[in-house]
Structure formats: C-alpha cells, structure tokens
Design a protein around this ligand. Structure first.
Ligand SMILES: Nc1nc2c(ncn2[C@@H]2O[C@H](COP(=O)(O)OP(=O)(O)OP(=O)(O)O)[C@@H](O)[C@H]2O)c(=O)[nH]1
Ligand SMILES: [K+]
Ligand SMILES: [Mg+2]
Length: 435
C-alpha cells in the first residue's frame, strides 16, 4: 500500500503567503519526524520549526500535518508542510526532503496512488482534474458531481446489473437439463435490452457534458469591414483585436474567452471573406474558413451600409446566428430576420449577448442529469451497447454470456476496474504536478 516517498508543491508556483508541500508514501512519518523534530497528532495542525536533517539549519517555522494511511488522500502515510510561500523556503524544504530519500512526484502521481489504493475510481479522478481546470461555475458543478462519484455510481449500477444477468445466464447454461424456469433465458435477453436502451439514452446527450468540459467555440465570419473585430471587442469589453477602416485588417484568428451562463466560450474573430491577391490575407481567409468549419456556432456579420455579402451568405447553416452590424447607419433590408446591432453605439449588444448565452446553454448547459464528459467514456459505452446488441441476436446462451462479459469489460474500463494499464497514463497525464 505504501510506495516510495514522493513530494510536490500542492499550491501554485511563485511567491505566495503560504505554500503547501505534500509528502506521501513509505516512511512519510519518519521523514516528517526528522524535519519537524517529532510526529504531531494525526490530522491536527501543529506549528513546528523545520530543520534540515543533515545541517540542522532551521528552514522555516511551519504548520505540519500528519495523515497516517489509509485515512489520507492517497491512502498512504502522508504529510503536509504549510510553509511561508517564498521560493527559497520551498526550495530549502524540498532539498531537505530529497536528503531524507523522498523524490519529486510526477504529474498526477498522488491521485494515481489514491486510485490504486481504491480511494476513488477513474471517473472521480478525472472529476478532480476537471475541478482544478474549471474556469466557470458550470464546469465547477459538473466536475464536483463527477469527483463526488456520480458517474461511478451510474456505471457501477449498470455493471452490477450486468453481473447479475451474467450469473443468471451462466446458471441457465450450467443447469440447462434441470428444472429451471423456461423463461429465464428470455428474461436475460429482455433485461439486457432494457439496459441497452438506458445506456443509449445516456449517450444521446447531444455531447453537452463533453462540450461543457471543453468549452464552446464561436467563429465570427463576414466580409471585410463588416465590423467583426469591433463586435468582438464590444462583447469582451476590451480592445482585443485591431479595428480600422481599412478592409483586410484582421488576418490571424484572434481569440477571446467569455463566460456565458457558466459555459466557457472561445469567441474567434477572423479575416474578412473576399477574393484577394494578398498572400497573407489569403492565408487569413483560409484560417477563417477552417475555424468556421470547426466551430460549434457561427456568428455571421453583415453591415447595414452594404449589400448582403454573398460569401458570408454561403455560410448560413441552420445553426448560424445572423447579425446586421452598423444599425446606426441604416435599417435592415426587406425580409432580413437577423439581429440588428451596432458595435459603435452599443445598440442590440445586450440582446446579442443574451442570444449567444442561450445558444451556449442549449449546447452545453449543465442539467440535473449526470453527463459523460470524455470521448473515452463515450467510446466504451458505445462498445458496451454494441455487445448488448450482439447479445440480442446471439443464438446460444454461451454466446450471450460471452457478450455480457465483453460489455462488462467495456464498462469496467471507464471506472478502472479492468484493463486499466493503458488508460492510466492517459487519465493521469492530464493532471498537474502536486495533485
Ligand atoms: N458606424 C459604424 N461603424 C462601425 C461599426 N462597427 C464597426 N465600425 C467601423 O467599421 C470599420 C471596420 O471595422 P472592423 O471591426 O475593423 O471590421 P472587420 O469586419 O473586423 O474588418 P476586417 O478585419 O478588415 O475584415 C471601422 O472603421 C469601424 O470603426 C458600427 O456599428 N457603426
Ligand atoms: K477593417
Ligand atoms: Mg477585423
């Protein structure tokens, strides 16, 4: 249960009021005792002088905590040093820890040990990584739910039902000649169909959980001088992109982050669409088109003092938001059903913002349901579903049992119950050092 001792800064790098160093693994108690001149009571903060074990030089006056395993984050013997947050203090204590035989931890190594010690499943570990990365309230809520075991409970419940079905199917195989109810076999098929449809419903979430985790991208598209950069600046409230009266000002994609209703949105301003011989602008327009293709949502910008631009109209897909900018210069053309705005006067901007927020929430809004958050969850669930479909049409009980076992393995990979080695590096590679 206790592996070699590792340590890492658990708080951010740089100067701060307090820096927390965390230590975990074999001999953590002895190491803490050496530096702090004895072990404090478990889980009680106590103020100690920390000394280097070789030179006996005083390194800091710090709060120390002792967490004997298994009642610790990692499940191992662990300790925390709450130091004065200067780089030299942290470096001095880190050096003292190395002198006692501890080594710097790798990214995610603490949580990996917690997983290996059964403290949490893989989905909860991912939830912790997401919680640390969360930028908006919506992301925080989703991550907290997952870290708290919501996905683990859901998938664990399905796995439990599959295991029970497998037991029934195996009993049917083993005692086929005996007096088992004749409809037992049919009952397994029926229950598997019910499970299959529950998983299918969970998968048909429109990708909202994944989108909330990753954030949405909105690409602004339009003719040169339509006022795309002006709109971006107005929406974000600062001069993020260069604005000028010269057509072809924007070439690189300019990105800003917005929090729309708890959903992180990347708004991308792009080069104006037109035929041009300027090779830099041509590249800018290529990037604009590429960004538009990848975007979750398009914001098509026209200018009220210009005829409707045909290059922009070509991008009018069903999910595109259409705005007519420069409403201070003219009214909408006949039949125009988009939004009138003016980046200059601010007219219509609140409505536009509300509309963007509405679209973001429709695509990624957090709901009361527990949503899957990663492509690897989706892939494994799709595999489980396809095995449950195989089961439906399998002509023999033995084949049905085999399909159930395969579906269980697919589920087990999500929570980390089976075949985890390959998955672990992917999951824990997302973590920062110190977690
Ligand atoms: N009257 C008026 N002028 C505007 C408005 N929005 C932008 N402009 C002006 O229109 C010109 C072009 O604005 P930009 O924001 O640079 O337009 P753009 O679409 O980003 O242009 P490119 O980057 O060249 O494609 C500038 O002179 C702006 O000041 C508006 O709502 N009303
Ligand atoms: K311009
Ligand atoms: Mg521009």
């Amino acid at each position: 249960m206790n592996e070699d001792p590792i340590f890492a800064l658990a708080t951010g790098a740089g100067r701060a009021a307090v820096a927390v160093l965390r230590l975990s693994g074999q001999g953590s108690g002895a190491i803490l005792g050496k530096l702090a001149g004895g072990l404090p009571r478990p889980r009680m903060a106590s103020l100690r002088q920390l000394r280097h074990p070789d030179s006996c030089e005083v390194l800091d006056q710090a709060l120390v905590l002792w967490f004997p395993g298994p009642a610790s984050y990692t499940g191992e013997d662990s300790a925390e040093f709450h130091l004065h947050g200067g780089p030299a203090v942290v470096a001095g204590v880190a050096e003292a820890l190395v002198a006692t035989g501890a080594r710097p931890a790798e990214a995610g190594e603490f949580t990996r040990r917690a997983f290996l010690n059964g403290k949490l499943d893989l989905t909860a570990a991912e939830g912790i990584a997401d919680l640390i990365a969360a930028e908006t309230a919506g992301q925080r809520r989703q991550a907290l739910r997952q870290a708290g075991g919501a996905l683990a409970t859901l998938y664990g419940g399905w796995a439990g039902r599959m295991t029970a079905l497998l037991a029934r199917q195996e009993a049917f195989i083993e005692f086929e000649d005996e007096d088992l109810p004749a409809d037992l076999d049919a009952a397994v098929v029926e229950a598997a169909a019910a499970l299959r449809s529950e998983i299918a419903t969970h998968l048909a979430d429109g990708g909202r959980g994944e989108r909330l985790r990753e954030g949405l991208t909105v690409a602004i598209l339009g003719a040169p001088n339509a006022g795309k950069s002006s709109l971006l600046n107005a929406l974000v409230g600062r001069e993020a992109a260069i604005v000028s009266a010269r057509a072809g000002t924007t070439r690189d994609v300019v990105e800003v982050r917005l929090d729309l209703g708890g959903i992180p949105v990347t708004l991308a301003d792009t080069a104006g669409l037109r035929d041009t011989l300027d090779d830099i602008e041509v590249e800018g327009i290529r990037r604009a088109r590429q960004r538009a293709e990848e975007a979750d949502l398009l914001l098509l910008v026209f200018a009220a003092d210009q005829p409707l631009d045909v290059d922009t109209l070509a991008w009018r897909r069903p999910d595109a938001l259409v705005v007519m900018n420069k409403s201070d210069l003219g009214g909408p053309p006949a039949g125009f059903d988009g939004l009138m705005v003016s980046a200059r006067s601010g007219a219509g901007l609140e409505t536009l913002r509300a509309r963007l927020e509405y679209e973001a929430v429709a695509r990624a809004g957090s709901t009361a349901e527990t949503l899957l958050t990663r492509p690897r969850h989706r892939a494994a669930l799709q595999e489980a579903i396809s095995w449950l479909s195989t089961l439906q049409s399998a002509p023999l009980p033995e084949l049905r049992a085999e399909a159930l076992r395969a579906a269980l393995r697919a589920l087990g990979r999500i929570t980390g119950r089976v075949g985890v080695e390959a998955v672990l590096d992917v999951v824990f590679g997302e973590f920062c050092i110190g977690k």
